[in-house]
Design a protein around this ligand. Structure first.
Ligand code: COA
Length: 260
């Protein structure tokens, strides 16, 4: 498969995957999700690859979210399909990959971007990074696992506040919350990820694959949560709030939600 929205660089046993739509702040459109699905599957199959770093192109963003322009006119059914397909093809795939995936959060990680970072096995951030789930400011909810993985990582109360305020936290706050493991200056981020990856790749790939499976198994009781997220996400697409939220974003103005 020819990649147009991502870059893949390999220095065995490590692969670096870079989401490469800097003009759109690396927003996840359908094509990018498809390419990432393909790349993760291929890298997981490649025997010589023992760790993957995922990052965003440019200095501004990891990923600024799902591509709002692409889904603004979706129906309830298309909304639910978007979430279900994305969860299966990318977010759950990454979370359950037997090869370790480290997120190098090099800037904005918002909405689907933070959800993607949270699906990775752990996260390191640059001191410029900003993280949040702004979906409710658009009249929708996180649909790529965010309502499940954020409380798992930072606790229910903090997750509720972050989701409801649609706010952003800076890197030191994300570190204090346990959302990221370390924060370093931008230029040190990839070298640090590579250093940690090289410690991982010294160890047994088979044992690491089993460890990932075992850790994830402890969270599987939330499986229905993912299903209710998909249903609620789809329902948002039938609301006037969603139409107003996405239209306002694309027209670069503040949303005026009609509400209940
Ligand atoms: N989907 C589609 N396009 C997006 C996007 C997204 N999630 N995030 C950014 N972009 C686009 C902008 O529309 C803009 O495109 P344009 O130059 O063709 O107008 C370009 O990326 C640059 O973004 P801009 O908003 O001009 O940058 P900024 O520095 O002023 O603001 C953000 C940065 C991240 C605060 C702002 O882009 C933003 O709020 N993005 C949406 C975040 C979001 O709600 N994500 C969740 C989606 S479910």
């Amino acid at each position: 498969m020819k990649y147009e929205n991502i870059q893949l660089s390999m220095a065995q046993p490590l692969a670096v995957l870079t989401i490469d739509r800097p003009k759109k702040l690396n927003a996840l459109n359908k094509a990018t999700i498809k390419e990432l699905h393909h790349a993760f599957k291929a890298l997981n199959k490649a025997k010589e690859i023992r760790a993957i770093i995922l990052t965003g192109s440019g200095e501004k963003a990891f990923v600024a979210g799902a591509d709002i322009a692409e889904f603004a006119n979706f129906s309830v059914k298309q909304g639910a399909q978007l979430a279900a397909n994305g969860q299966e093809k990318l977010f759950n795939l990454v979370e359950n990959l037997a090869t370790p995936v480290i997120a190098a959060v090099n800037g904005f990680a918002l909405g689907g971007g933070l959800e993607l970072a949270m699906a990775c096995h752990f996260r390191l951030a640059s001191d410029t990074a900003k993280m949040g789930l702004p979906e409710v400011s658009l009249g929708v909810i996180p649909g790529y696992g965010g309502t499940q993985r954020l409380p798992q990582l930072i606790g229910k109360g903090r997750a509720m506040e972050l989701i409801m305020t649609a706010g952003m936290i800076d890197a030191p706050t994300a570190l204090a919350y346990g959302l990221v493991n370390q924060v370093v200056p931008q230029e040190e981020l990839l070298p640090l990820c590579k250093k940690i990856a090289s410690r991982i790749t010294n160890n047994s790939p088979v044992a690491i694959g089993y460890a990932i499976k075992a850790v994830n198994a402890g969270f599987k009781n939330t499986i229905n949560g993912y299903d209710s997220e998909i249903e609620a996400f789809g329902n948002c697409f039938g609301t006037a709030d969603f139409k107003e939220g996405t239209t306002a974003f694309l027209e670069k103005r503040k949303a005026d939600f009609p509400g209940k």
